[in-house]
Every structure is written in C-alpha cells, then in structure tokens.
Design a protein around this ligand. Structure first.
Ligand code: H79
Length: 463
C-alpha cells in the first residue's frame, strides 16, 4: 500500500471514529429520526384514548394474547373466523362511545398475536374478508373516526403465532404446516409485515400511532426494529411509533433501556400507571375489565377506580389508553358503555385539569397528584392525608386559589411549602381539584433537571 493510500485510510478512519466517539472516549448518541414534535405534542394533549381488542376469539370469551393453544386448541382457534359474524358492529356507534367518554383517539388491534387481520388485506386470506361478515372493520372505523375528529391508530403485533414464516416454538406453534422441506423464514416474514403495514398506513392513514407489540421474542432483533422504524418514518413522516417497535422496553413497566440506541417515540407501561416522568412521553394501557378481549361477566373496574387511574396517569405525565373488548356480535358491552359514559361526564366537568396538561410540578403521592398548564396548577386530592395537605415549596408565587367549581379554598404559601385546606363540604369524594394560579408559567426548572427522567422535578417533591 502506498503512503498516500495509507494516509487516506487513516484520515477516513479518524473521520468515522470522530463521529462515533465523543472527546471523553465514550460512544456518542446515535442520532435517529425522532417523532414530529407537533404530532407528539398534540397526541400528549389528548391524554385519553380508547384501546380496542377484537378478533374472532371473542366468540370464545378467552384471552386474545394467550388462549390459542391453551384454553382453545390451535385447530379450533384458527377456525373461529369461519363463524365470526358481528352483525351488530357499527363503527359510528363505537366512535360515539369513545367520544362520549371524553377519549380523543382510538387504537384498534388490526392484527394481534393470533395473526388474524381485521382489514381487507392482499397479503393473506386469514382476514375479516374470509368471514361470513366480509366487511372491512379497519376501513369503517378509520372513516368514522375521521368524520368525528377522533385520531385513528393501529395496534399491530410483530409476533404472529399463526404465520408459518414467523419463527417460534411457543404457544402451539404456527397455525398450519409449511410445505415439506420449507423452514420458517424471518426475512420473508418481515417482508410480509412491511407489506401489511404499507397497506395500513397508505389505505387507512394517515394514522395517529402505530402501536407495536409482541417484540420480545427472539426472532425480532434490534436491527429489525430500526429498519421498521425507519421504513415507517419515510412512509408517514409524522407517524408516532411506540417503543415496542424495538428491543429496548423494560418489561411491563414499559420504560426504555437506552433512548439513544432503541427506537420508540413513547414508553408503554402495561396494566399499571407509569412512574412520574415528564421529560419523555409515555402512555399506560389498562383494561376496563380484567381481560383484553371480551370475557363474559368479567370483573369491571369501578367508576372511582377508572377516574383515579386517569388522574394518576395525567399527574404522572402520561396518557391513558383504556381498553374495551367488544363482543362477538359487534357491540361493546352495555355496562362498559355506561361506565365510559360516566367517565365522560366527569371529564365534562373536570377535563380542564386533565386535557393538554402535563404532570407535576408536585411529585405524586398517596394524597394524589398534580397537573399544570400555563400559569395554572391543578392539585388533585384523591385521599386527604388529614385536615391539611402540605406540599413542597414552589419557586413561583401563588396569586390566586380556588376549587375547580369556583368554591373557596384556603392556601398558604411560605418559603417552606404550600398548605391547602378545604372545608368538608367542599371536598369531592372522587377528586377534590384545587386550582392554583401562579405569577408566571409553571415550568419545571430546566437547570435543576437531572438526566434520569424519573427523577425530574423531584426538586418539588416531598422527601
Ligand atoms: O395486547 C395486550 C396483551 O394481549 C399483550 N399486550 C397488551 C397491550 C400482551 N401479550 N402478552 N403479554 C401482554 C404479556 C407478556 C408478558 C411477557 Fe414479557 C413477555 C413477559 C415476558 C415476556 C413483557 C415483555 C415483559 C417482559 C417482556
């Protein structure tokens, strides 16, 4: 090799490494194409959405995610679609139920782990078009949502226990055998996924969110996640994509291991309210009953529990995606509709303390949570700790205070903290909301922000 060539190679190598390593020798952040800021903010402002888990499994009343090959034999499960005829399905009705509940977006299981597709797809015959019903559920719902200004979103399971090319040995194995001599092939399966997602985004989009799931099994890799994320970004630049697209999710708590490496626009705690985190968006997905898919006489959560979940989520800084599982006849169970309507009624009166707010400034406690918007802080007292509620000091000055319904409240602010007391008659058994007006916008102080998102704003929290 000539000296000149050698020099050129060294210069090139230096150039490459200087991009990948910072001065301290640590690997620097891999830049990845982050979500469109405006879309992310608008979605965060919505705070409350409807999750819908539906497939022919509702005929059995068992769980969509794990009854195939367990409570329902694989052969029987995979033939359920032949009887799936939800004649009472009415997309407008579902959307109006979501709207009356105060929900602003809807996420439908277009394909769950069982591989069944709720839309008219050219990629497989295992879809709604092969059922006696033969109507494109995704199309009807997307159209109704558009009409009613509800943001339509698609849940999509990466793992697919039906598809013969998806390489798994779990949950009863693929639904049918590959031709003799043929092996599962993830490259082929990934092409199938891309083709399906292309259909969903281009035929039914623009979508609000692509909500991935089933990323945890071995066949799915970080590289696949990156490729999929990048592909979707080019397909629809303002699409929001959850962190289950990649391999960085920290179990059911839903946080992300290393945001510089792992893709995902928001974190996804499952069946729990996320921990206080205001620097990175998150969304808790929680069922209104116990099961994701419909189950006869399933245990339904009380109204107070639903409202507290919503309030604790908003106060923690996240969105709530509350799940319903419609029945096999196409209706959402009337008692669930009623519960949702009650939540909507509560939101009509108190929505300004939820919508478009952010979590904090006070860290959540047993007593409740706080939310804020502009110069207003909403203190949600869910459980009075005694006569008074003592909160930590705020750098902003409280210039006015009242209950959300305009009634009197007594608030004293000292350098040590803020004390709130409300006469018994003013207390709300569900959520007593105190509105504090500050002399300037409530900003969580950037300068004192530690790096770890979970620790943010502890400056204002009680020790
Ligand atoms: O669609 C709903 C459920 O059907 C689906 N996710 C919600 C939104 C779901 N499928 N399986 N599960 C939930 C539970 C799976 C849990 C585990 Fe794990 C998979 C435990 C170990 C592997 C999650 C991923 C926790 C650690 C890795």
């Amino acid at each position: 090799m000539s000296n000149m060539n050698r020099t050129a190679i060294i210069i090139l190598a230096l150039f490459i490494t200087s991009n990948a390593f910072a001065a301290d020798g640590k690997k620097t952040q891999q830049a990845w194409p982050k979500a469109d800021a405006k879309s992310l903010k608008e979605w965060q402002d919505m705070r409350f959405g409807m999750f819908i888990h539906w497939s022919p499994v509702s005929l059995k009343g068992t769980e969509i995610g794990w009854s195939r090959g367990k409570q329902v034999p694989v052969k029987e499960y995979d033939a359920l679609y032949k009887q799936f005829n939800p004649e009472k399905f009415d997309a407008d009705k579902w959307v109006s139920i979501a709207k009356d509940a105060g929900m602003k977006y809807m996420v439908l299981t277009t394909k769950h782990h069982d591989g069944f597709c709720l839309w008219d797809t050219k990629t497989t015959s295992y879809s709604i078009m092969s059922t006696p019903f033969k109507r494109d559920i995704v199309k009807e719902l997307a159209a109704s949502c558009k009409k009613e200004n509800i943001m339509f979103c698609a849940y999509y399971s990466i793992l697919d226990w039906y598809h013969p090319d998806y390489n798994t040995s779990s949950h009863g194995g693929p639904g049918y055998k590959l031709p003799k001599g043929q092996k599962p092939n993830m490259n082929r399966y990934e092409k199938y996924m891309m083709a399906q997602l292309h259909e969903l985004v281009t035929n039914y989009g623009p979508l609000g969110v692509l909500w991935f799931d089933g990323e945890w099994e071995k066949p799915w890799t970080h590289d696949s996640g990156v490729a999929l994320y990048n592909y979707l970004r080019t397909l629809q630049p303002n699409l929001l994509i959850n962190n289950r697209v990649d391999k960085g999710r920290k179990g059911m708590h839903g946080g992300t291991k290393n945001r510089d490496v792992y893709r995902g626009d928001f974190d996804t705690p499952e069946q729990r309210v996320g921990t206080f985190q205001t620097k990175w968006p998150w969304e808790s997905c929680i069922t209104i009953c116990k099961q994701w898919a419909w189950k006869p006489k399933d245990n339904m959560k009380s109204l107070v529990s639903c409202i507290h979940t919503l309030v604790r989520t908003a106060g923690g800084g996240g969105n709530l995606l509350l799940n319903v599982g419609p029945m096999a006849d196409g209706r959402i169970e009337p008692r669930q509709v009623e519960r949702l309507r009650e939540i909507g009624k509560w939101l009509k009166a108190n929505g300004k303390a939820i919508y478009a707010t952010r979590g904090g400034p006070f860290k959540p406690g047993n007593w409740g949570v706080s939310t804020h918007k502009g110069t207003l802080v909403y203190v949600h007292v869910l459980k009075w700790p005694g006569q008074k509620l003592s909160l930590p000091a705020l750098p902003m000055k409280v210039v006015n205070a009242k209950l959300i319904n305009g009634n009197e409240v007594s608030v004293t602010q000292t350098p040590k903290g803020i004390e709130i007391s409300v006469p018994e008659s003013g207390k709300d058994p569900v959520d007593t909301i105190i509105v504090l007006e500050l002399d300037r916008p409530c900003r969580l102080q950037k300068a004192s922000m530690p790096n770890k998102p979970d620790e943010q704003a502890t400056a204002y929290s009680r020790v």
